[in-house]
Each structure stands twice: as structure tokens, then as C-alpha cells.
Ligand binder design. Structure first.
Ligand code: NDP
Ligand SMILES: O=C(O)C1=N[C@H](C(=O)O)C[C@H](O)C1
Length: 273
């Protein structure tokens, strides 16, 4: 806990697009405080003040590359980095018995198994999208997929992101795919079609298709299309500002503080489960 009684939070990947947005969000939200900032060894941002880098002025938190001492004095860690780093941070958060909020996408099944193991000791909230809007959209997608029969309506998920994004389909697209699959009473694994190229043959009934676009500065656009014969329903979310993800992550941290170790989702945090 920080000296003020606020929840003391460490931001890992503090110099990244989300890292800087998180520093600004924590600074503006009552009850939370930045107590540490971590970047990878060799980062040009080591030694810089995390607040100054994020554009809010000096907050006396220097960006370092050793997570252990900062985790030891914190209540939680906000992590929007890369899968290999996230798996490592999950182990450290479990050792320190602190909350770990994971926004990192592109984790493999093996990464997820290691995160699940860490959740035996740490309270982990992991979601491909921390915004209220997308998590509400997931509930609506599940309802629509349940209501519209697979014989009559095909489900396709389209996402577009900025040109710097490295994983596809996006974590959000997969989260929405999981919601659609749950509505249909099937598992997404084995029923997903992640890309199409060449002579693909006709669409296999009951599958859930994905398409990914990349370009420019798009923060995150997602559409779930339920395509029937003669009609089409499109459920969409457009993220205009990364602050929506950062605010969700801080909300998740404050929620997780009072929770027992385990692996939770943003739907749990928002009461939409
Ligand atoms: N769940 C959600 O709501 C959201 C999830 N995301 C996800 O968050 C992740 C990050 O996105 P974004 O901020 O755009 O990406 P960035 O590349 O801008 O930021 C990632 C940061 O993590 C740093 N990093 C890499 N390895 C380590 C390490 N071992 N220790 C500490 N820091 C490390 C990177 O450093 P360097 O560049 O020097 O390698 C970089 O500064 C992605 O997976 C993205 O999909 C993004 C937005 C919302
Ligand atoms: O990389 C991003 O930027 C984003 N990643 C998340 C995802 O993979 O869905 C969330 C958001 O769409 C932005």
C-alpha cells in the first residue's frame, strides 16, 4: 500500500502507448497512485520520470528494469506489454501476492496455462479489452448468437487497428468470438476460421470467421456481423481514445484489491458475468 492509503500500482511497459495512457489514468483517478514503472532492459526510457514521459509532469517515479523491488512495495501491477513479459510478471505478482491486471493480447495456450497457474496466488484480471463498451457488446453478441440459429445466420468478426499492432486477430475479436460461440453453445476452438485465401470452398455452417485490417492510427474498431439470407445485423464498437482501456484497467485493479486469488475477467469486474 502507498503511504497515502491509496492503492499503489506499478505500470510495466510504462513507455508504451498503453503504458503512458495508464500513468495518466492512474494520476487522475482517486484511490490509486503510481508507485513504480518498469520497462525492458535496454529500453532508452530507463532512468526517465514516468509522469514526465506521459506528459503530466514529474511524479518522482523513475522507470527501471527490475520488477522485483517495485512489486514488493506495490498492491497491484498493470500490464499491457508482450506475452513473454506478461508470463514472467504473472510469476512475480504471484510471489508478491499482489493483483495483476493483464491487457496484453496474443498470448498462446501455453502462456495462458502459466498465467492460470500464477492465479493460484495472485488475483489476476485478464481481458482482451478493458473497456465498458466492448464488454457490454460481448453480452449483446452472446444474446444475438443464442437467438439466431446457426442454420440461418453466419457470424463474421471484423477488426481494424493501427499499423503498429503485432497480433491478429485482436484480443477483442477473439473475446467477441468466444461470446458468439458461448451463445451458440459451441467452443470457439475448432469452429473458428481465422483467415481465407485462394479457393476456400463454400462457407462451413456454424463456423465463426475473422478478418483483420491494419493501418494508420485506428485505436480499435470491431464489428460482429450476423449475416442471414436477405438481412444482416451488425453490432459494432469504435474505440476513439486509449483512455477507455486505461480507466477499465484501473477500475479492475481497485476491484481486485478485495478479491481472493484467482483468474477473473472484465465481465466479473463490471458485473456483466
Ligand atoms: N486489453 C485491452 O484493453 C488492450 C490491450 N492492448 C494490448 O496491450 C499490449 C501493448 O499495446 P501497446 O501499448 O499498443 O504496445 P507498445 O508496444 O506501445 O507497448 C508495450 C510496451 O511494453 C514494453 N515491453 C516489452 N517487453 C517488456 C518487458 N520485458 N518488460 C517491460 N516492458 C516491456 C515495450 O518496450 P519496447 O517497445 O522497448 O519493446 C513497450 O514499451 C498489446 O498486446 C495490445 O494488444 C492494448 C490496448 C487495450
Ligand atoms: O493493440 C491495440 O492497440 C489494442 N489491442 C487490444 C486487442 O487486441 O483487441 C484492444 C484494443 O482493441 C486495442
Amino acid at each position: 500500500m502507498s503511504e497515502t492509503g491509496d492503492m499503489g500500482l506499478v505500470v510495466v511497459g510504462a513507455a508504451g502507448r498503453m503504458g503512458q495512457t495508464l500513468i495518466r489514468a492512474i494520476h487522475s483517478i482517486p484511490g490509486a497512485r503510481v508507485v513504480g514503472a518498469v520497462e525492458r532492459t535496454g529500453s532508452p526510457y530507463l532512468g526517465k520520470d514516468a509522469g514526465e514521459l506521459a506528459g503530466i509532469g514529474i511524479i518522482n517515479v523513475t522507470i527501471g528494469d527490475d520488477p522485483l523491488p517495485v512489486f514488493a512495495k506495490a498492491d497491484g501491477v498493470l500490464d499491457f506489454t508482450v506475452p513473454a513479459a506478461t508470463v514472467e510478471f504473472a510469476g512475480y505478482a504471484a510471489q508478491a501476492r499482489i493483483a495483476h491486471i493483464i491487457g496484453t493480447t496474443g498470448c498462446s495456450a501455453e502462456d495462458n496455462a502459466r498465467i492460470e497457474a500464477a492465479a493460484r496466488h495472485a488475483t489476476i484480471v485478464k481481458s482482451g479489452n478493458m473497456s465498458l463498451g466492448v464488454n457490454l457488446l460481448a453480452v449483446l453478441v452472446e444474446q444475438a448468437a443464442r437467438a439466431l440459429d446457426a442454420d440461418d445466420f453466419d457470424i463474421e468478426i471484423l477488426e481494424m487497428h493501427h499499423k503498429h499492432k503485432v497480433d491478429a486477430p485482436s484480443g477483442t475479436a477473439l473475446l467477441l468470438g468466444e461470446a458468439a460461440a458461448a451463445g451458440r453453445g459451441i467452443s470457439l476452438a475448432g469452429n473458428d476460421v481465422r483467415s481465407r485465401d485462394g479457393h476456400t470452398g463454400v462457407r462451413k455452417p456454424g463456423t465463426i470467421g475473422f478478418a483483420s485490417l491494419r493501418g494508420g492510427s485506428v485505436v480499435g474498431d470491431h464489428s460482429v456481423i450476423l449475416a442471414g439470407t436477405g438481412e444482416r445485423i451488425t453490432l459494432s464498437h469504435h474505440a476513439e481514445d486509449r483512455a477507455i482501456f486505461a480507466r477499465g484497467a484501473v477500475k479492475a485493479a481497485l476491484w481486485a484489491r478485495a478479491k481472493k486469488p484467482g483468474l477473473y475477467s472484465m465481465r466479473d469486474v463490471l458485473g456483466l458475468a
